[in-house]
Design a protein around this ligand. Structure first.
Ligand SMILES: NCCC[C@H](NC(=O)CCC(=O)O)C(=O)O
Length: 444
C-alpha cells in the first residue's frame, strides 16, 4: 500500500492582525500595532499550499476559527447585543478584546499532535488538539479545533479524536510544533520525538528564566499515552532553555525533521548526544542528523529568518526539498548556508522559497502553517475530500477571500461590529465549500 505525508495548512482568517499577543515570540512583539493585510495573508498561504499540491504532495486545508470570539467576551461578563459586547470590551478591556480577535488558529502546527496508524497500538491515526494554555488568545482555540479536525478527518474506522489535555500550565501543550516523527518510510513504524521546554512536576529541573516554556514533559507524556504509543517508539527531549530565552518559543523554530533526517541547530537541545543515541537505537534505521553550527548561523539569524521553520518534504521522486520563507533568501548567512546545504550529500537536494511575510510578521513560518498527517491510501481516501487542495479548490478559495477579506486591518478596527458580520458570512460560506457541517458556535 502507498503511504503519504499530507500537509494540512491553516487558512488565514478574516481578522488576521498584529496585536503583540505572544510574549516570548520576538516577531509578534516587535510588529505589534503594524497594519495587517488579511487578504494578502490568506492568499500567501493559499499560494504555498497550492505550490505543494503542484509538486505532487497530498495537501489539504483546515478552516480558521470564528473571531471575534463573542462567546468568550460574554463569558467574562460583557453583555448586550453583539455590537455592544464589542464596544464595551474595546472601552474597558482592550487587551482582552485583542485576545478574542486573533487569527492565530492559522498556525495549524499548533492545532494538534498527530500519530500515524503505523505507530499506534489500535492502528488508527490519533489526534489530540493542543490546549495552548500559555497564551490567552490561543487557549480559546482547542474546542473549535477539535470540531474542525473531526469534520476533516471524519471517519471513525481510521481516525481517533481525543479531547485536549486539562487546561492547566502543568499540561501546557502546543501540539505538533514540539513533535517530530522520524521513520524510514512514512508507512513504517517510526520514532516520535517529543520536545518539551520544562518539567512541571520537578521544581529542580532547569527551565528558561526570561520567556515561558510553553510545552511540559507531562503534556508530551500524556499525549503519548493517549495515542497508544510504545515506550520503545518515543523519545522525550528537552529544548535548551537558553534558546527559549532568545526567542525560540516552539521547537519548530530551531529544528525540523522528515523521515530519517533531523535538521537542527547545535544549541537546540539539552543532552543532545545521549538523546540522539536513544533515537538511533529506537529507529533501527540510518539517521541523518544535519547539524547547523552557531558559527554558520547564529540563534538570532535563525529566529529572524526561520531557517528551521521550514518544511522538509519528500517529493514523489524520492528527493527531499526544503520549503523556506523568502526571509531566508534575504538573510546573507542563512542564504549562504542553504546554498551550501544542497551540495553536502545529505538527502536534502533542493530549496524552494515562498513569500509568507504576513504570517512571518507574527512569528509563523511555512512549518507553523501546516499540520502533518502521515496516512496510507485508504486513510487519505477517508479524509473529507472537499478539504483537499486542487485547481478547483484553489480558485474557489481565492474567489472567496477576494469577496470577504479586507486588505487592511489595524488593532483599532477590531472593535468594528461590521467585522463580526463579515467574518461570520465568510466562515458560513467556507463551511459549505469544505462541507464541514456546523463547526462554529454561531452555527449551532
Ligand atoms: N507556530 C507559530 C505560532 C505563532 C503565534 N503568534 C501569535 O499568536 C501572534 C499573534 C499576535 O501577536 O497578534 C504564537 O506565538 O503562538
Amino acid at each position: 500500500m502507498k503511504h503519504f505525508e499530507a500537509n494540512f495548512d491553516g487558512l488565514v482568517g478574516p481578522t488576521h492582525n498584529y496585536a503583540g499577543l505572544s510574549f516570548g515570540n520576538v516577531a509578534s512583539l516587535s510588529n505589534a500595532a503594524l497594519t495587517s493585510n488579511p487578504k494578502a495573508a490568506a492568499k500567501q498561504g493559499l499560494q504555498k499550499a497550492k505550490a505543494l499540491a503542484d509538486l505532487g504532495m497530498v495537501q489539504g486545508v483546515l478552516a480558521p476559527q470564528e473571531r471575534p470570539d463573542l462567546y468568550t467576551l460574554r463569558r467574562i461578563g460583557f453583555s448586550g447585543s453583539d455590537a455592544e459586547v464589542l464596544q464595551k470590551a474595546a472601552q474597558q478591556a482592550p487587551a482582552l478584546l485583542n485576545a478574542c480577535c486573533s487569527a492565530s488558529s492559522m498556525w495549524t502546527a499548533n492545532a494538534a499532535t498527530v500519530s500515524p496508524s503505523a505507530d499506534t497500538r489500535d492502528g488508527k491515526v490519533h489526534f489530540t488538539p493542543a490546549n495552548l494554555v500559555d497564551k490567552l488568545h490561543r487557549s480559546i482555540e482547542p474546542i473549535t479545533t477539535g470540531n474542525i479536525l473531526q469534520a476533516t478527518f471524519n471517519n471513525d474506522r481510521h481516525f481517533k479524536h481525543h479531547q485536549h489535555l486539562p487546561e492547566h500550565t502543568s499540561f501546557g501543550d502546543e501540539g505538533a510544533a514540539n513533535h517530530t516523527r522520524l521513520c524510514s518510510e512514512y508507512g513504517h513504524a517510526g520514532v516520535e520525538l517529543f520536545v518539551y521546554g520544562q518539567e512541571a512536576t520537578n521544581p529542580s529541573a532547569v527551565k528558561p528564566t526570561k520567556y515561558p516554556a510553553r510545552q511540559t514533559l507531562e503534556a508530551s507524556q500524556a499525549v503519548a499515552r493517549l495515542h497508544q504509543l510504545e515506550d520503545e517508539s518515543c523519545v522525550f527531549m528537552q529544548q535548551n532553555p537558553d534558546v527559549i530565552d532568545q526567542g525560540v518559543f516552539h521547537n519548530d523554530v530551531i529544528s525540523v525533521g522528515n523521515q530519517n533526517v533531523l535538521f537542527y541547530h547545535e544549541q537546540a537541545f539539552l543532552n543532545t548526544d545521549t538523546k540522539f543515541d536513544e533515537i538511533r537505537r529506537k529507529m533501527n534505521a540510518d539517521m541523518h542528523f544535519v547539524k547547523v553550527a552557531t558559527s554558520q548561523v547564529s540563534i538570532d539569524d535563525a529566529v529572524r529568518s526561520y531557517l528551521f521553520n521550514t518544511q522538509i518534504i519528500t517529493l514523489p521522486s524520492g528527493e527531499m526539498a526544503i520549503i523556506a520563507p523568502t526571509n531566508c533568501q534575504e538573510n546573507p548567512a542563512v542564504f549562504a548556508y542553504l546554498n551550501e546545504l544542497v551540495t553536502l550529500g545529505t538527502p536534502i537536494k533542493q530549496v524552494r522559497y515562498y513569500d509568507v511575510k504576513q504570517s512571518m510578521q507574527n512569528g509563523g513560518g511555512p512549518a507553523c502553517l501546516r499540520l502533518r498527517v502521515a496516512m496510507n491510501e485508504q486513510e487519505v481516501a477517508a479524509v473529507n475530500q472537499n478539504t483537499i487542495m486542487n485547481d478547483a479548490l484553489f480558485t474557489r478559495l481565492n474567489t472567496w477571500v477576494d469577496k470577504h477579506y479586507r486588505d487592511q486591518l489595524t488593532v483599532s478596527d477590531l472593535a468594528d461590529p461590521q467585522l463580526i458580520i463579515e467574518s461570520r458570512t465568510a466562515l458560513d460560506e467556507l463551511t459549505q465549500i469544505l462541507k464541514l457541517g456546523s463547526v462554529y458556535q454561531f452555527q449551532r
